[in-house]
Every structure is written in C-alpha cells, then in structure tokens.
Ligand binder design. Structure first.
Ligand code: BGC
Length: 767
C-alpha cells in the first residue's frame, strides 16, 4: 500500500514536471514566434495591435454608434479598420443585443478574413461574459457574482466559470472581461453586485476559482473550451467617496494593499492572462495614467506578465473628463507611457492610431514601449491558438445551453439564496396553501438576472429569456395555478428611467391579500450597471415601502423576497415581515430555486457576502475598527458608536440547526513563521439534511496599527445529514496572521490572537 502511494506520488510529481517543462517550452517557442513577427511589423501595424474598437463601428448602420438589424458588416469599414489601420481587437456586440453562436461565427469569421494585406495577424475578440455568455442568445446565465459569493461554494464558482468559458468559445470569442475582483464594501455603488462582496479573503478565494474555470487548471488557454480571463478593475474601483460610478476615491497605500490588492495578487499568481484598469481616480490621479500602479506595483512587484487593457474610452477620459491632458494626443502619451498595452478606444480608433504613430515618430513614446505592448498582444494571440483557429466551429459545442449546464445554474442559485429571517419557522410553506405573489419583481426575468444579460443594462432580457420561469411562473409550476394569484401592485416603468415605478393595481393587490394564506412580496430593483445605476437614496423606493406597509396591515403573513443588486434599506418595514429571503440576482433559474426553498424542497444555505445596512448613515462593513463598534467598552469615554447592521456579513438561516463544539488548536503557542491548525466539530442537530458554511474569523488583539475587530480567514461549506457530525480543519499561517503595516510591508507581529468559529472562540499566542 505504502509503495503504491509512493509510486502514485512520484507519477504525479513527474506529470507535474513534464507539464511545467512543456509550458516552459511552449513559452519559449511563442516568444520566438512573437519576436520574429514583431521584427516584420511596421509601426502602423504595431499600433493597430494596441487598438480595440467596438463592433458597431464596422457594421452597416446610421453611424458608428449603431447598426442595422439584422446586423451586417460593412466591407468598406472592414477594409479601413483591418487593412489600413490593422486594428488588432474588437469588443462588444452590435446594437447592444445578444446574437446566436451561428451569427457570432459569421461576424467573427468575416473580421478574421478582413485583413487582406500584410501579416494577417488574427483579431482578438473580447466580451463581458460575467455571469454566463452575456451577448450570446441561448447561453446559460448563472447567478451574478454577488450571489456566488453568498453560496460560499468554491466548486460551483469553478464549474460555472468553466461553462461560461465553453459557451463563450462556442461563440468564437476567446477573451472574457471577467472576473470582477473589486472589493465591494459599498452598497451605494451601482456595481456591488458584480463583486464577490466586502471581504478581501472571500474575493480572493472565489476569484482564483473563476480564473481556473475560465483558463483551466494549467492556464492552457489554447484549449478550445477555455478563454483568457481579464481581472478588473485594477485597483480600488468601487470605493469612491460619493458611492457613484467613476468618481474619485481616496485610498491610503496601507488600505490599498491590505484590502484591495490581495484578490488581484492571488489571481495573478493563479496565472490570469489579462487585466483591465480602474476607470476612476485614486488620490486625484487617474489610474490609467499612474505608472506607480501600472508599472511599479503591477509589473515590478506583482510580476504580472500579461496584457493590460484600458476600460472603455479611458484614455480619452484623461483629456475630456479628468483634465490631466490638454488634448487627445497628450492623453495617449500619458497612458501608453504609464504602461497601457491596449486601448479599448472604442469608437474613434483612427484618432488613437494616428496620434500614437505620431508620438512615436516625435520620440514622445519610445518604440521599445510599443514593442513591449505589442509583444504582449501577440503572445496572448499565440497562447489562445488564434493563429491556427481564429474562430470556433460552434456546431461542435454540443453542450451549449443544454441540460447539464442548466442544472449547474439552478444549483448555484439554490445555494446562494439566503434566508435572512424566518419568524416562528413560518417557512417552508405547505404546498396546499394559497399564495398571492406580488411586487415589481414577481414576474420579471430581467430583475432575476440584472445587468450584463443579453444586453449591457439587462433591458432586453425578456426578449431572450422567455423559456425560463419568473418567480410567479415557478410558483404556478410548483403548486398549480389554482393556488397562486398574481397582481403586480407596483411595477417598473419600462420606458422611463430604471428606477421609476408606478402603482400597478395596488388596491387590487391589497384585496387579493385578504383572500390569500400568505403573501409573497417580491421587491427590490430593476436591472442596471455602471453610471445608469447610480443612486441617491439607499432606502428601498418609497412606493415599494408604502406597498409593503399596506400589505402587512392586511394581516396575512408576508414573506418578503428581495431581488436586488445591492442591499436597499428596508428597516422602515422589516419588523412587519414574517420571513425575508435575499435572492440577490440569481439568474435564469433563480425563480425555480427560490420556490424550491420556499416550499422546503431545498434547504437554504446562502450567507450574506456583505453587511446589510439598517440606516443610510451607517454603512459600516463587518471588518471595521473597534472604535466603530457598540461593544467597545474600553474607550476613555463610551462612544457607543452605532454599529447596527440589519444583518451581518455571514448571516443566513437554515431549516435545520447546527451545533459547534470542541474548538481546538494543534498548539497554543507558535512562532511567527509557523502555522497552527484549528479544528471544530459541527453537528446537524435538526431534522433535515442541510449545508452549513463554517467560517473562521481571526482577531489580532493588539497590533502596531489598529486591527479590524475580526477578519474572515477560512470557510468551508459542508453537507450534513440529521444527527451527523463532521470535523472541519483550517490552517492559520503567516499569510492569515499578518497584515500590511505602517511601512506598507506585510508583517506578522507577536501577540495574542482570537479565533471565532460558529459562536465558539479561543485564543492562541504567536511568539
Ligand atoms: C466597464 C467594464 C467593461 C467594459 C467593456 C466598461 O464600461 O466598466 O467593466 O468590461 O465596459 O464592456
């Protein structure tokens, strides 16, 4: 037996070495191909490789901002972009609308064949396939990242990303602008739902899974089922002072490194091929023009070797918005010299190319800088296998949009939906009960999916998602139409601004509530992303709040379903709700999963990935400083600081109960470069099978800079049958014990640490 194990270990080690050797050889051969190609390229050709335009620019249409339907490429525009300007990359869809894999095949084949002269370098196509292949009709849409964070399930994140890679490649697209590794601690920000939430460790852990899902365990992206990932938005994008998109952030270097950097570092170490830059300003410097971030930090310190792409039009913004350049040309000079490799122009590509050629000729941008950038573009194209296979034969992707993928999306939704409140165990409901389904989110595929679904803002979802079930449809499928009444009560205006609502038969809904046994009140937000999702009031809308109060006054138990991209404040009526479920943005199978939870076919297991705020002036994350907490009694005077989330990060109920016992360490004292293992026994003490997320929080009791009250340092999701006990073990080493100190360096300081797991706690000492 022992021999067998040794042999197995040796075989695995050899396989590892062979793989590493192969990787090295392929890197060397790609490198020589790139250098050979580069030596044949003209300056115009090189600059073209650094240019990315959006699809509408090369289609037949009114202007370069729109396309005719059905979409058709314009031969003259193709010729200009690819034969004259030698543009190297295209992004996005036309008319902001999803296309079938067959249409994608046709469009991208034409683009690949458009360069009739010179070196015929393939074009690299990129899209935002952030929760499934956004712009492909029939693709499998998963829950958004915020939901996946709530699932705390690494494997589901990995597998979901694998499916997205498969379906994106099936659409002939090899490059995905995902994952979002921004920390998402601010519920005001319109893209919090695109993140894995407010905790740096959670973001890092799930981010790594997404990279592996997109790129494969060995990052061999030439695999026809893999894509290159793109980490975004480097760095500190989502903590603007105003809470609004693309507005200034002020972040100390210590905080930048402690909270925002770890997820990017982990993803770079996991082999991610490309990265996109933060569109905003940090400490008044636009990140797109900041060599300290783009060169010193990203290249020299993190050792990132891949491609750096701008966000949409962000070089232009240095002039037109941020006023650090006097004209477009100077903006291009600043960004390219700061380390940008490719400009997502997206429209005025001629201006970018002409100016950059001129800048090189004038000596203001060195040709070596251009060569470096172009080498990275070409390397990526070789790595993706685009020279051999510039498009994919979509007919060979037989699993596209099929049952297997659908099941995974459903499972992801069912593990993410989070039960926040369940007074007197009112849930699960009996299937014999009569329910009223109401609220603006009760019959909408758009709100279940959120932005980046078949279109940028998600406004075209209903057109593409007809075959999936809205919440009310899922109810009818589950218990039959005789037991389900549906009246919207409040609706979103389809032609107005996203957040405009109107009272849609509110009186009728209140009357229907009288006849029902339970009211399923589906509130939240309509879909949005980026600046259209900016918000000035974090409370849930007045109309929805009024509706909730009136419904509660009817006297029937109200089960509130929240379907929202960020936690909108509900404290004005929360106490009147019998049960509350956070559905987040659960995707195309979210309605089905939700109903299975409501009736108990699925036991909920999601956990909040952020603090759910109770008041708009108290947006404090769980990992705050001691002076922000009410339970700080040591201060010279009792501040009674208002730490009062409605629910804390990590909160989430189950239909069964779990008990924790026997928290123990492998040692009570360790050296600063040693690790300690922490074990705990978890038992299912209830009557149903259940999944529990076991979370380990660590608190450094005293440190040279004020430590956070607690930090997540480990989590495992386990399945337990009634009466079953499992032991979960975590390891805490320097990586978990240390922090970024005053001098911006990582340090482990001796002292006492407190470990908290499921209500238990115990201290150990680092000597
Ligand atoms: C967004 C990015 C996205 C890009 C391309 C930008 O507006 O900020 O997240 O990848 O557009 O669609």
């Amino acid at each position: 037996m022992k021999n067998a194990i040794i042999t197995a270990v040796l075989v695995a080690a050899c396989a590892g070495t062979v793989l590493a050797q192969k990787k090295k050889e392929s890197a060397v051969s790609i490198d020589s191909k790139v250098q050979a190609l580069l030596s044949k390229m003209t300056l115009q050709e090189k600059v073209g490789q650094m240019t990315q335009l959006t699809l509408d620019v090369i289609t037949k249409g009114r202007d370069r901002f729109s396309s005719n339907e059905p979409v058709e490429l314009d031969p003259a525009l193709l010729e200009k972009a690819f034969s004259t300007y030698k543009v190297g990359s295209v992004l996005n869809t036309a008319n902001n609308r999803a296309r079938t894999p067959g249409v994608w095949y046709k469009i991208i084949s034409q683009i690949q064949n458009a360069n009739k002269t010179g070196l015929k370098i393939p074009v690299i196509y990129g899209v935002d396939a952030i929760h499934g292949t956004t712009y492909t009709a029939g693709a499998t849409m998963f829950p958004q990242q915020i939901s996946m964070a709530a699932s705390r399930n690494r494997e589901l994140v990995l597998k979901g990303a694998e499916v997205t890679a498969y379906e994106t490649r099936a659409s002939s697209i090899p490059w995905n602008f995902s994952p979002v590794l921004d920390l998402g601690p601010d519920p005001r920000f319109p893209r919090q739902w695109e993140t894995f939430g407010e905790d740096p460790y959670l973001v890092s852990e799930l981010g790594k899974q997404m990279i592996k899902g997109y790129e494969g365990q060995d990052n061999q992206v030439s695999d026809p089922f893999r894509v290159a990932s793109c980490l975004k938005h480097f760095l500190g994008y989502q903590i603007s002072v105003s809470g609004k998109d693309r507005t200034p952030a002020y972040i100390s270097e210590q905080a930048l490194r402690e909270y925002h950097l770890p997820a990017f570092k982990a993803a770079i170490d996991a082999g991610a091929h490309t990265i996109m830059i933060n569109s905003g300003l940090i400490n008044s410097i636009p990140v797109h023009a900041n060599p300290d971030i783009l060169i010193k930090l990203l290249r020299e310190e993190l050792g990132f070797k891949g491609l750096v792409v701008t966000d949409w039009g962000d070089i232009e913004n240095l002039f037109t918005r941020d006023k650090i350049a006097r004209d477009h040309k100077e903006a291009i000079m600043l960004a390219i010299n700061a380390g940008i490799d490719m400009s997502m122009v997206a429209y005025e590509y001629e201006r970018f190319c002409d100016n950059l050629v001129a800048l090189v000729k004038e000596g203001k941008v060195k040709e070596e800088r251009i060569n470096e950038a172009v080498s990275r573009v070409l390397t990526l194209k070789y790595q993706l296998g685009l020279f051999e296979r510039p498009v994919s034969d979509y007919k060979k992707y037989t699993k596209f949009g099929g049952e297997e993928f659908a099941r995974l999306s459903y499972l992801s939704a069912s593990e993410s939906i989070t039960l926040l409140k369940n007074t007197a165990n009112i849930l699960p409901l009996k299937k014999s009960a009569n329910v009223l389904v109401t609220g603006p989110n009760g019959n909408s595929m758009r709100t279940l999916n959120g932005g980046w679904t078949y279109s940028w803002q998600g406004e075209k979802v209903e057109e593409f998602a007809g075959k999936y079930n809205t919440i009310v449809e899922a109810f009818i499928n589950e218990v039959g139409k005789d037991r389900v009444t549906y009246v919207p009560g409040v609706s979103y205006k389809m032609d107005g601004k996203y957040f405009e609502e109107y009272a849609d038969k509110m009186e009728e809904a209140l009357k229907a509530a009288e006849k029902a046994d339970y009211v399923i009140l589906c509130l939240g937000e309509n879909s949005y992303t980026e600046t259209p999702g900016n918000l000035s009031d974090l409370y849930l809308s007045e109309l929805q709040t009024e509706f909730a109060k009136k419904l509660a006054a009817v006297g029937k138990p109200v089960i509130l379903v929240l379907n929202e991209g960020r936690p909108r404040i509900i404290s004005k009526f929360e106490s009147q709700m019998a049960a509350i479920i956070q559905a987040y943005l659960p995707g195309n199978y979210g309605g089905d999963a939700l109903v299975d939870i409501i009736y108990g076919d699925v036991n909920p297991s999601g956990k909040l990935p952020y603090n759910y705020p109770k008041y708009p002036n108290s947006l404090v994350p769980y990992n705050h400083k001691p002076s922000e907490s009410r339970d700080v009694v040591q201060g010279v005077y009792n501040y009674d600081a208002d730490y009062n989330p409605q629910w804390e990060f990590g909160h989430g109920l189950s239909y069964t109960s779990f008990s924790y016992s026997n928290l123990r360490f492998s040692a009570d004292k360790i050296g600063s470069n040693e690790s300690v293992s922490v074990s705990v026994d978890v038992k299912n003490t209830g009557q149903r099978d259940g999944k529990e997320v076991v979370e380990l929080y660590l608190c450094d009791l005293f440190a040279s800079i004020t430590p956070d009250v607690k930090r997540l340092k480990g989590f495992e999701k386990i399945h337990l049958k009634p009466g079953e006990t499992k032991t979960v073990t975590f390891s805490l080493g320097a990586e978990q014990l240390g922090f970024v100190g005053k001098d911006h360096r990582f340090v482990v300081e001796p002292g006492e640490f407190k470990v908290q797991v499921g209500g238990l706690s115990k201290n150990f000492v680092v000597e």
